[in-house]
Design a protein around this ligand. Structure first.
Ligand code: PRP
Ligand code: ADE
Length: 175
């Protein structure tokens, strides 16, 4: 069963006109979830990764499982005000709104190779903000990975142009 076919689309959520790509149907399928983690682990198996940074909230699910599989540490990038120790932050625009992401200042050491993980890339605003946080701490974003790319929204193209090396397992285009 292809990964894409396990992803559910909810029309007009959370706003009129948005086709929401819902990974809960993929995650609840034990084979589907394993296929996602195994495919990403296979793709990155021979690359140097010191840490995985997962973006709240859905990026935690995929990112933590991938970190376990690759045997590397996991650090959370969270929405504003959720992290208890000293943070750095970055504001960004969303497909449907605006937000701010933060990371602990001691999450990443200078020169560490960091793989950024989220469930989906749309405009790329979240991933770029998260990458900026890693770079502020002196980390190197060696790649950004997603289960879903929405290429019509231009985010993956933006990441390519900025040298952030996106890799996704499936695309939803023109629908
Ligand atoms: O490429 P972009 O246009 O920035 O959009 C992608 C982001 O939007 C979604 O998260 P959302 O902000 O809805 O938060 P959630 O994971 O906490 O539901 C998704 O999980 C990505 O993080
Ligand atoms: N269309 C979409 N579906 C699910 N998550 C999203 N995040 C941004 N756009 C989204």
């Amino acid at each position: 069963m292809p990964i894409k076919s396990l992803i559910r689309t909810i029309p007009h959520y959370p706003k009129q006109g948005i086709q929401f790509r819902d990974i809960t149907t993929l995650l609840k399928d034990p084979i589907g979830f394993r296929m996602v983690v195994d495919a990403l682990a296979h793709h990155y198996a021979h690359q140097k990764i010191d840490k995985i940074a997962g973006i709240e909230a859905r990026g935690f699910i995929i990112g933590a499982a991938l970190a376990y599989k690759l045997g590397v540490g996991f650090v959370p990038i969270r929405k504003s005000g959720k992290l208890p120790a000293e943070t750095v932050g970055h504001d960004y625009a969303l497909e449907y709104g605006a937000d701010r992401v933060e990371i602990h200042t001691d999450a990443i050491a200078h020169g560490e190779q960091v793989l950024l993980v989220d469930d989906l890339i749309a405009t790329g605003g979240t991933a770029e903000a998260a990458a900026a946080l890693i770079q502020k701490l002196g980390g190197v974003v060696m790649g950004c990975t997603f289960v879903i790319d929405l290429p019509d929204l231009g985010g993956s193209k933006r990441l390519v142009e900025n040298g952030l090396k996106p890799f996704s397992l499936c695309e939803f285009e023109g629908d």
